[in-house]
Write a protein that binds this ligand. Structure first.
Ligand code: ARG
Ligand code: GLU
Length: 717
């Protein structure tokens, strides 16, 4: 009886949860795990067309860009496509007041005009293999976590030195399923990656923060680079006479566009997800950790916004910082909303009670799992105050900007202690360079206000025992007034302006070291860190170790107990494929969102001169003339579309492919209501947002006139 109930219960769960669209799949396992299902969903090619080690396949066109984004090869001369926000650093670095590529866009009309980007890399995955057995060789159940890890590390190092690869390739070994499995990746990294093209920010980041994480969307979030290789055809450092990379595979581009219901897949390097958490962990994120971070960022953003509105210079200086603080802030807000509205905790609890029933019914096989849920409950309850302290400390100490330069300069005395005074001149130059970079985007008045407001939050929200004694002392000396403390600190610290740092760095090694270490801003930062570590950090690390072990056991347990379900590993910046369908969604009662947006919507949002919604004159002209070339559809220019692909941060710049494996779009975001998909994917409201490839080519061709780039591509009509 019990068995039937739990089986039926699981079946009911399956109709909503075990659907094909959830999942970030390992490409080398598609044939075994997904091919049939993908064909059912509409795919017309085979798993071997996507991943093969014997012939060129789609995976050969997928690039890990700098380790933080995805890109894809779109010509046999190494041209790659990624997001505008992924190329933004490069675009910003090449920009000046006289050639402002952020504002005006940038286009190389021949290869000589392309711009180099030291440090930017492009990596390909050559081969993937499971190596669990070899990595866990000699690991026993009796080992504690540290022993286990050190045995695994030893095996990993052994594998790295013996695995088959070419001299210029690299080996990465990554844990999957919380360390229950390990996979080896042979990769190839190119180091000469040049900027080829980017639209103006008014296209590439149209709608900025207001539209970020939102649908309907109208952003042409793309930029283009080119990979270069040495004349010998191997990866090489930048050299003027390097030649364009010759890919094993370049994506073909389809201008046919998709319709609601059509199959689509996204391949790329998703960063991090947590799909197999215990219910209490989800509740903690939703009720404690996300709200703490949201609260702090809300205050910080409010302060920044106030200054940025009043001062044009501050607005430019803080634009990138503001965008990055706002990006995660808005994501977390959406995450909390989605977790609540879809009762993620209730869902997890239902899974857990099904789990419990099966474990108890088959006690021999699952004997080790009998107390698992209870132990997880205890472990998450125990860790909560420490996890809260960690997130709180991290957020506060990262938002008060002077702490960042304090931490960088504190390297100098430490390095002198380690390497002797002979290293002083070089270290001094490093410190000066760090300071120069820091002050380009720094305003002390803004930072003083951040310190005042955020330290007040810190004192109010943290248990008194966690608060830095140094700060308490300062408060006592200044009438318990956070504004007065901040004012005093900013008047005394020599870390808050380029001029003061210059005087700080004057003198011999001893004088400079002492001046740095005695600076009140650095003292406060160091004392806060100390207070955090003593009262929370050390204990947290201990509890986390225990929790990691429990979570690993729970992961294995879920795979054992729900043995008919196909599991995918959480994202960990390794190559994955996700598939789904172009699909509308209903965010709220009575509201339904369409799958496509058009240039008409850009014009609807247009606010002349606005910081977020201005539109370039040339684009308005093209719109008025309906001059869409080959890229329009029924007299309109498609811009963005959504689908049920399961993506996350790091999937930015990933190609959206159609049923034939042709490029139809470029992934760049998710819808706000569905950002909880990192923890709880829900097919009703989780959608990824892509810019239609026809909009990309329309901008390259019609807007920028870069026909040289179009000519390189293979377009299937
Ligand atoms: N939300 C997207 C991501 O997580 C886009 C961020 C860049 N755009 C922006 N307006 N901040 O990266
Ligand atoms: N914009 C994100 C990125 O940079 C992708 C959006 C998401 O998190 O899904 O990777």
């Amino acid at each position: 009886m019990r068995k039937t109930i739990s089986f039926l219960f699981l079946l009911a769960l399956c109709s909503t949860r075990c659907f094909a669209v959830e999942g970030m799949w390992l490409p080398q396992l598609l044939q075994a795990l997904n091919e049939k299902d993908m064909k059912k969903a509409g795919m017309k090619i085979s798993a071997a067309d996507i991943y093969s080690i014997n012939k060129s396949s789609l995976k050969d066109a997928i690039v890990s860009l700098g380790g933080f984004c995805t890109a894809e090869v779109i010509s046999d001369k190494g041209l790659i496509l990624t997001n505008h926000h992924c190329g933004f650093d490069a675009i910003q670095n090449h920009s000046s007041l006289t050639s402002n590529y952020i504002k005006d866009g940038f286009w190389a009309y021949n290869k000589d005009q392309e711009l180099t980007n030291p440090g930017l890399t492009a990596s390909f995955v050559i081969r993937i293999e499971e190596v669990t057995k070899a990595v866990l060789e000699g690991v026993t159940a009796a080992m504690n976590e540290r022993e286990r890890q050190s045995q695994a590390d030893k095996n990993i190092n052994g594998l790295k030195s013996t695995a088959k690869k070419e001299a210029w390739q690299d080996i990465l070994i990554r844990p999957m399923f919380d360390g229950n499995k390990y996979f080896l990746f042979v990769t190839e990294t190119y180091k000469d990656v040049r900027l080829v093209g980017a639209p103006p920010a008014a296209i590439g980041n149209f709608g900025k923060d207001t539209d970020n994480w939102m649908w309907p969307r109208h952003t042409g979030d793309f930029s283009m680079f080119r990979i270069y290789m040495g004349k010998d055809g191997r990866p090489a450092e930048y050299a003027a006479d390097n030649v364009p990379y010759q890919p094993k595979r370049a994506l073909k581009i389809s201008l046919r566009g998709l319709k609601p219901g059509d199959f689509t897949m996204v391949m790329g390097f998703p960063g991090r997800t947590n799909e197999y958490l215990y219910s209490k962990a989800v509740q903690q994120i939703m009720d404690v950790l996300d709200p703490a971070k949201i609260g702090i960022r809300e205050k910080a953003l409010h302060i920044l916004d106030g200054f940025m509105r009043r001062d044009e210079g501050i607005k430019i200086q803080y634009a990138a910082k503001y965008a990055s603080i706002e990006n995660a802030y808005k994501k977390w807000k959406g995450e909390v909303l989605g977790l609540k509205s879809k009762d993620a905790v209730g869902r997890k609890k239902a899974v857990e009670s099904a789990f419990e029933k099966i474990v108890l019914s088959k006690s021999e096989q699952n004997i080790g799992y009998v107390n698992l849920l209870k132990n997880l409950e205890q472990a998450y309850t125990a860790i909560e105050p420490y996890a809260y302290a960690r997130d709180y400390y991290n957020e506060i100490s990262q938002k008060i900007e002077v702490f960042a330069i304090a931490s960088q300069l504190s390297n100098l005395p430490r390095a002198i202690q380690k390497n002797g005074e002979g290293a002083f001149p070089a270290l001094l130059a490093q410190a000066q360079a760090a300071a120069d970079a820091f002050f380009k985007e720094y305003n002390a008045t803004v930072d003083q206000k951040l310190m005042e407001v955020l330290m007040a939050m810190y004192v109010k929200d943290q248990p008194a025992a966690n608060v830095s004694p140094y700060y308490k002392n300062l408060l006592a000396q200044h009438d318990n007034d956070h504004a007065k403390v901040a004012a005093a600190l900013f008047s005394q610290s020599r870390l808050i302006s380029p001029e003061r740092v210059k005087t700080l760095l004057q003198g011999d090694a001893k004088t400079v070291s002492a001046a740095i270490m005695n600076d009140p801003a650095l003292q406060l930062a160091a004392d806060m860190q100390q207070a955090y570590l003593t009262n929370a950090g050390t204990k947290l690390a201990e509890l986390q170790t225990n929790l990691n072990r429990l979570q690993r056991t729970y992961m294995q347990a879920q795979m054992d107990v729900f043995s008919s379900k196909t599991f995918y590993p959480d994202a960990n910046s390794t190559l994955r494929l996700t598939y789904g369908n172009v699909k509308p969604y209903t965010p709220r009662d009575g509201v339904q969102y369409d799958c496509y947006t058009y240039l008409d919507g850009v014009m609807e949002k247009y606010k002349p001169g606005d910081y977020e919604f201005d539109v370039p004159a040339k684009l308005i002209e093209l719109y008025n003339k309906k001059d869409f070339g080959a890229y329009g559809a029924n007299g309109r220019q498609p811009v963005c579309f959504i689908a049920s692909n399961h993506t996350t941060g790091g999937n930015s710049g990933s190609p959206a492919l159609d049923a034939n494996g042709n490029l139809v779009g470029l992934n760049f975001d998710r819808v706000w209501e569905g950002t909880m998909s990192d923890i709880n994917y829900d097919p009703d409201i989780c959608r990824n947002i892509m810019v239609d490839i026809r909009y990309v080519l329309f901008i390259v061709d019609k807007f920028a006139g870069a026909k040289n780039l179009i000519a390189e591509m293979t377009i299937v009509k």
